[in-house]
Design a protein around this ligand. Structure first.
Ligand code: SF4
Length: 414
């Protein structure tokens, strides 16, 4: 079968993100004969695919591919879904063995998966239907059986049985990835100077694109170097406590003191590309010499993917993967809005956030539903917010950067 994933360059004004190390590493994996599964949703069952000797790879929007009107897709489809479809329709992509869609997440993804099967019948489309929300026993049991069924399908289609040995190896990989990224994220909350957000985003996006030992090594080296820096500042214990608090949502008396020497910015949104956003933000900051850092990123592709538990090695592996998937923070495609709002209201003041940028993907219903509620709840904390409506191509970059600049200027003078 032939199916492809984006090879374009994430270009953003003033900076052409040189080709995407993430896609280069994916291409290398493809050249090495890896069977790649393109995943259109961040909380995909990494360990399940790896246990079948397939490499799951998160697919990204490509800002160089216009999301032209596509008559097959429903009008409600978001710009992210349209961009993926356009990449496929234009054959701009690297070979994939299969494509993975989530069920029961959002209408756009449902429609995209349905239309994909229809328009590209030669492609192998896999689907996993998630429970709508919750971590109840019923939800875990349901997802366990869905994963078992997906595993059977993969074996039938590709003749690749589930390997316990590969599963163990995959759990080790995920556990190390989560440990390194959680530490870096917590370190950046305390001391963002230890690593520019752009580099952090590049490294974890690369791992999500190619979850292998090479991508992991880069993150582990970064975490180790940051640990040495923090050790000198005697901040390792605080960083670990913060990482634990973020993972378990137990903040107790954790409180980061305010720092007036720079603006501490948090960003939130659904399926927004962290690397692309980082470049927009950098452009906005550098044009205006504003001292501001993104210290907390609550996008689906980053925070919600990084702060989760790896599967346990004991017992039923499908249940272990189900529990791990359901340990992720809930996101706009899931129920649980009161829980998300309560979490935000609790943590933003504790983390000394000076301003929150709320990103909305163009025509994304979940983002559109959640953004007003987020703005309203955060207003009660006294922390200023701004809403940024952006499409997958960042086609209105000048306006976006100006809006970020204006927001930072207001924060600076208030
Ligand atoms: S969650 Fe939003 S951005 Fe993601 S596929 Fe659904 S509609 Fe599109």
């Amino acid at each position: 079968m032939k199916w492809y994933t984006g090879v374009g360059v994430l270009s953003v004004v003033g900076l052409e993100m040189e080709t995407n190390q993430r896609l280069q590493s994916l291409r290398r994996a493809a050249d090495n004969g890896q069977r790649i599964v393109g995943c259109v949703y961040p909380a995909f069952p990494t360990e399940l695919f790896l246990a079948h000797k397939m490499l799951p790879s998160l697919l990204w929007a490509d800002s160089n591919v216009p999301s032209a009107f596509e008559a097959s897709l429903q009008t409600f489809c978001c710009s992210f879904a349209r961009n993926l479809f356009s990449q496929r329709a234009n054959n701009l992509l690297t070979p994939l063995a299969a494509l993975f869609f989530p069920g029961n997440r959002c209408d756009s993804l449902q429609n995209l998966g349905d239309i994909w099967r229809f328009r590209f019948p030669e492609d192998t489309v896999l689907r996993l239907t998630y429970p709508s929300s919750g971590k109840s026993e019923a939800a875990i049991t349901y997802l366990t059986e869905e994963l078992r069924s997906l595993s059977r399908t993969i074996e039938e289609l590709f003749g690749l049985p589930f390997s316990q040995k590969e599963f163990h190896r995959a759990v080790g990989l995920t556990a190390q990835f989560l440990s390194a990224t959680q530490f870096i994220a917590a370190a950046r909350l305390l001391q963002p100077q230890v690593l520019p957000y752009t580099e952090f985003a590049e490294q974890f996006c690369r791992f999500l694109t190619t979850p292998d030992s090479e991508s992991l090594l880069q993150l582990e080296n970064t975490a180790s170097s940051i640990r040495q820096t923090l050790n000198k500042l005697q901040l390792v214990t605080s960083t670990e406590a913060l990482s634990y608090a973020l993972l378990h949502q137990e903040f107790g008396d954790i409180m980061i003191p305010p720092d007036t020497s720079y603006l501490r910015i948090a960003v939130i949104g659904g399926m927004i590309d962290p690397e692309a956003f980082a470049v927009l933000f950098n452009n906005a900051v550098s044009d205006n010499s504003i001292n501001a850092e993104i210290v907390l990123d609550l996008f689906s592709f980053s925070f919600r993917t990084v702060f989760a538990q790896p599967p346990r090695l004991q017992g039923n592996p499908f249940k272990a993967i189900a529990q791990s998937l359901l340990s992720h923070y809930t996101e706009p495609t899931q129920e649980g809005l009161p829980e998300r709002l309560g979490f935000l209201k609790n943590i933003l003041p504790k983390l000394a956030i000076d301003g929150l940028i709320i990103c909305e993907q163009s025509f994304c219903d979940p983002d559109g539903f959640v953004a007003p509620a987020v703005a309203s709840i955060v207003a009660k904390t006294g922390i200023p917010t701004t809403r940024l409506y952006l499409d997958a191509e960042l086609s209105d970059r000048g306006r976006l950067e100006s809006k970020i600049q204006s927001f930072l200027e207001i924060l600076k003078t208030s």
